[in-house]
Ligand binder design. Structure first.
Ligand code: LLP
Length: 421
């Protein structure tokens, strides 16, 4: 279901014309549909209904307080990967028992924060991390619940930068050493083993790699139980892909995914935990930008827009495709031209699309970048001293700025001149 559609010739987010938001907020900005966020969360939650389960939204995908609170109120827990994300989740009202802490390099300071504020489990990724967590927990008189993330050496068949379950990736413990590492964890006084964790990558568009990994997890569960470990939770990670192209992309649905989970691990009687990020927020958000100039090059036309790679880095970093559509609906017999869509940043990598076919565009026209809700705002920077762009949320006919655009002074005044100047 698409929540960004044309109505009466102009694109709306739910019931709000995007041009109206642009006029009030200024461009560029991120725009989220709360109905889409809830719908995507509920698709996952209801697909897993027949199993004891909990969805932990991977908030690295988009971590605005308004998004977290919306999802938390709907029953989502949070998957966090830093002390900062933990603090954001707590600040949005998420209780510690609904937070899982993932990540390959948790610091002792982060462990203290999470243990102090309450945590459902740490997903531990190495022996030294186990040691450190046991020490930290013991020092403050606690026992930290843990799962151990295994690396199943499975090819997720996704972009190399977001594949995480192969032996050359830095994540998890090699599955071949799992028994040894679980035995070591069981002996550490500050830890309580509660399950197994696995996450093989992001933007998976096939189920087969999940099937392979989950079969290994099932087998390992039986082995570890026979070794005397309590394996009551399986954290199966996130990564389900979304359609970035309106045609041709046909990723598996949460129902397909849930059927696979039931088939592979449903018989084990474990609580199923999943950590989707992109699926929930990716297609619930767009980036809205205005064309500054239409420039004719020697052999092509450039649309120079006011959004840039610092606002949405995915095309520059991963060669990612985002659909771009005009906010004003093109007339039926509109003429189309091929454009290179570029930002103002001073490097050629600041290119969103090459030779993209769009109706003839003029300076001042608005364009929407679709599927930009996940890994958009959170990966933005102030490169070229471009302040972070605002985030806006719609709900029915209402909209609200959920993160303000900082002023230039806000940005500059974060710098501090040394005393000796
Ligand atoms: N759990 C863990 C342990 C993860 O590392 C990730 C994503 C997720 C869950 C959520 O995966 P998702 O459901 O969102 O695919 N910046 C990249 C994506 C990086 C993903 C990192 N880990 C991009 O823009 O494509």
């Amino acid at each position: 279901m698409d929540y960004f559609t044309y109505r009466d010739g102009t694109m709306c987010a739910e019931d709000v014309p995007i041009s109206k938001i642009a006029a009030e907020v200024g461009t560029p900005f991120y725009l989220y549909s709360s109905a889409a966020l809830l719908h995507h969360f509920q698709l996952f939650d209801s697909a897993l209904e027949s199993m004891d389960h909990q969805v932990f939204y991977a908030m690295k995908a988009a971590s605005n307080q308004a998004i977290l609170k919306l999802l938390a109120d709907a029953g989502a827990g949070m998957d966090v990967v830093s002390g900062g994300e933990y603090a954001r989740a707590r600040s949005a009202g998420v209780p510690g028992e609904l937070i899982v802490f993932s990540g390959v390099g948790k610091t002792r300071a982060e462990m203290v924060i999470a243990l102090g504020g309450g945590i459902r489990q740490f997903n531990v990724e190495s022996e030294p991390e186990m040691q450190a967590l046991s020490e930290v927990a013991t020092e403050i008189g606690q026992v930290a619940p843990i799962t151990i993330r295994i690396n199943p050496n499975v090819d997720a068949k996704t972009h190399s930068k977001i594949s995480t379950g192969k032996k050359e990736d830095k994540f998890g413990i090699p599955i071949l050493r799992a028994r040894e590492v679980f035995a070591m964890a069981a002996k550490l006084p500050g830890l309580k083993v509660v399950g197994i964790d696995v996450h093989i990558g992001s933007q998976l568009t096939e189920l087969e790699p999940y099937g392979l990994a989950y079969e290994m997890v099932a087998e390992l569960t039986e082995i570890l139980r026979a070794d005397g470990h309590e394996i009551s939770r399986l954290d199966l990670g996130g990564g389900l892909g979304i359609a970035y192209k309106s045609i041709n992309d046909n990723p598996p649905t949460p129902e397909d995914y849930a059927a696979l989970v039931r088939e592979k691990v449903g018989h084990l009687g474990c609580q199923i935990e999943i950590e989707p990020g992109r699926f929930i927020v990716g297609n619930a958000g767009i980036l809205v930008s205005e064309i500054i100039y239409v420039k004719s090059g020697e052999d092509r036309k450039f649309l120079i827009i006011d959004g840039a790679m610092n606002d949405l880095i995915r095309p520059a970093l991963y060669g990612a495709h985002h659909e771009i559509t005009p906010v004003q609906q093109p007339i039926c017999d509109a003429e189309y031209e091929n454009y290179d869509v570029v930002g103002p940043v001073c490097e050629s990598g600041d290119t969103f699309a090459k030779g993209r076919s769009l109706p003839s565009m003029l300076a001042g026209d608005l364009v929407a970048f679709h599927s930009a809700g996940a890994y958009g705002a959170v990966m933005a920077s102030e490169y070229n001293s471009r302040p972070l762009i605002p985030e806006v949320m719609v709900s029915g006919s209402q909209f609200a700025v959920i993160r303000e655009r900082p002023s230039l002074d806000d940005m500059i005044n974060r710098d501090v001149l040394p005393k000796w100047y």
